[in-house]
Design a protein around this ligand. Structure first.
Ligand code: NAD
Length: 249
């Protein structure tokens, strides 16, 4: 099935984990994709891996500083120059930290907010300008299960994801008139590199709290991003879609 045939997407944090799974899912569904990463080296590695899977994939790699609005604007301009348009903007790059409030460094809090929230704003703004001009588009944000329940340490990360939900719902209301849908996906614990490296004594009790009895795979999350990007979700906007196996912590 090619649910995104003829569409053009840009995915931040696309070099590994959930972002890479989204890039691959979009390519397999007929989209052309610009994947973004924080370092040229990891961007090149991801491109190499994709091209080894399928030499016909229409994919380019970019490395903008997402905290710098003019770099974001020029990355979006590059996508438009290369593929002619931008239909889907996925704001997926994100970082976290789990320090206690008693040790939390203010600069760590700002660093998390800068990438998870402000960079998402920069990307949404640059994408919305192009999408409005071309008559519509889709903006998708990666939130988290902790945006609904909070978490017992590392207050910056859940705070940033609550803000991502606010940005999502507000932009959905503002941009509906321009035919731009805005949604978020809130993954639970997902088997990215970090989770795969956890020892059994950490992962087993964690799994015991998840009603579906397993952690999520990046592909579980990418499937939600595929649906929301596609015309199958043509009347869905302002939604935060949980993909967490009904986990609640
Ligand atoms: P990951 O650490 O495997 O990948 C993070 C991606 O973000 C990488 O591609 C990296 O290049 C990019 N990135 C990191 N810092 C950056 C920076 N300063 N500038 C630009 N790009 C930067 O992470 P992941 O687990 O795949 O997470 C992706 C998203 O999913 C994040 O927003 C994260 O908060 C969210 N999330 C993850 C989980 C999980 O269990 N893995 C659960 C809920 C939400």
């Amino acid at each position: 099935m090619e649910l995104l045939k003829g569409k053009v997407a840009m995915v931040t944090g696309g070099t590994r984990g959930i972002g890479y799974a989204i890039v691959k899912k979009y390519l397999d569904n007929g989209a052309a994709v610009a994947l973004c990463g924080s370092r040229q080296e990891t961007v090149d590695k991801a491109l190499e891996k994709l091209k080894a899977d399928n030499a016909d994939y229409k994919v380019i790699g970019l490395c903008p500083d997402l905290k710098n609005p003019s770099e974001v604007e020029s990355a979006v301009a590059t996508v438009k120059e290369t593929f002619g348009r931008l239909d889907i903007m996925v704001n997926n790059a994100g970082i976290s930290a789990r320090d206690s409030i008693y040790d939390y460094k203010p600069e760590e809090f700002s660093g998390i907010m800068d990438l998870n929230v402000t960079a998402t704003f920069h990307c949404a703004q640059a994408a919305a300008k192009v999408m409005k001009e071309q008559g519509g588009g889709v903006i998708l944000n990666t939130s988290s299960m902790v945006s609904i329940y909070g978490q017992p340490a590392g207050v910056g990360y859940p705070t940033s994801k609550f803000a991502v939900n606010g940005l999502t719902k507000s932009l959905a209301r503002e941009l509906g008139k321009d035919n731009i849908r805005v949604n978020a996906v809130a993954p639970g614990v997902t088997r990215t590199d970090m989770v795969a490296a956890l020892p059994d004594e950490v992962i087993k009790p964690l799994i015991a709290t998840i009603p579906l009895g397993r952690v999520g795979e990046p592909e579980d999350v990418a499937n939600a991003f595929l649906y929301l990007a596609s015309d199958m979700a043509s009347y869905v906007t302002g939604v935060v879609l949980s993909v967490d196996g009904a986990a609640r912590s």
